[in-house]
Design a binder for this molecule. Structure first.
Ligand SMILES: [Zn+2]
Length: 239
């Protein structure tokens, strides 16, 4: 009688622990997908930053070009004035202005060249970031597909096991079943545990000789006096 009850409860427990495991797995899958989405978002963020840096550099270059054009316009103006001036002195003064403008342009062009030399590096950064986004997406698509497939399997297994559960629970004494449920719902682990090397398989405390004797005799249900789990001797309850 005792061993029939223990057998029935162990079978039920095995199934319930599997169900718990499946439940945990099913819960973990959306979390994992969330992590993958974050990875993709980070890669996209890096790409946006690289594109922004490139755009900013291009804008700086454009600004210098505009400045050069403005100075060039000044030179043209001075040259037109030169054709209209009457005195040699005025002509020379304009000549001086034109020369200064030339120096200004040359300085601006140096700056422009320096900035243009950094463009290739910034473009390479953008291409690299684009590659990372693409890689992240490929990895995500692949892994999400696997996770979805796994979730289908988990749900299917869960459904099948759950359907068998009621019949198995009916084989266990109502009072025992109540205690078992109480433990399972609060602790989420095994209630029926084997005695190994004179210790409780649940809390791993050393058991008293009296308890060890009772477990061995199998005349009544014996509980661990530390954790209250139900004890059984795996040698006597093989299978
Ligand atoms: Zn214990």
């Amino acid at each position: 009688m005792i061993d029939a009850q223990l057998h029935a409860l162990l079978r039920l427990q095995k199934l319930d622990l599997t169900l718990l495991q499946l439940k945990k797995e099913a819960k973990h899958i959306p979390e994992r997908k969330e992590q993958l989405d974050q990875r993709s978002a980070h890669a996209k963020g890096r790409l946006e930053a690289a594109k922004a840096a490139l755009r900013a550099r291009e804008a700086q270059i454009k600004e210098l070009e505009n400045a050069i054009e403005a100075v060039q316009a000044r030179i043209n103006r001075y040259k037109n004035q030169q054709m209209e001036v009457k005195t040699n002195e005025s002509y020379k003064a304009l000549e001086h202005e034109i020369a200064q403008c030339g120096e200004e342009i040359s300085a601006l062009e140096d700056q422009e060249l320096e900035l243009m030399e950094t463009l290739d590096g910034l473009k390479a950064d953008v291409r690299k970031a684009e590659g990372e986004v693409e890689n992240a997406q490929t990895a995500i698509d692949g892994e999400c597909k696997l996770l979805d497939e796994r979730l289908d399997v988990v749900r299917e297994q869960f459904g099948e096991l759950k359907a068998r559960r009621e019949d198995m629970a009916a084989e266990v004494d109502a009072e025992l079943l109540k205690k078992y449920f109480g433990h399972l719902s609060s602790k989420q682990d095994a209630y029926v545990v084997p005695v190994r090397q004179q210790t409780c398989g649940g809390c791993h405390m050393k058991l008293t000789p009296q308890i060890l004797h009772d477990v061995n005799a199998m005349t009544r249900l014996t509980h661990c006096n530390y954790c209250s789990r139900l004890l059984y001797d795996p040698a006597l309850l093989d299978g």
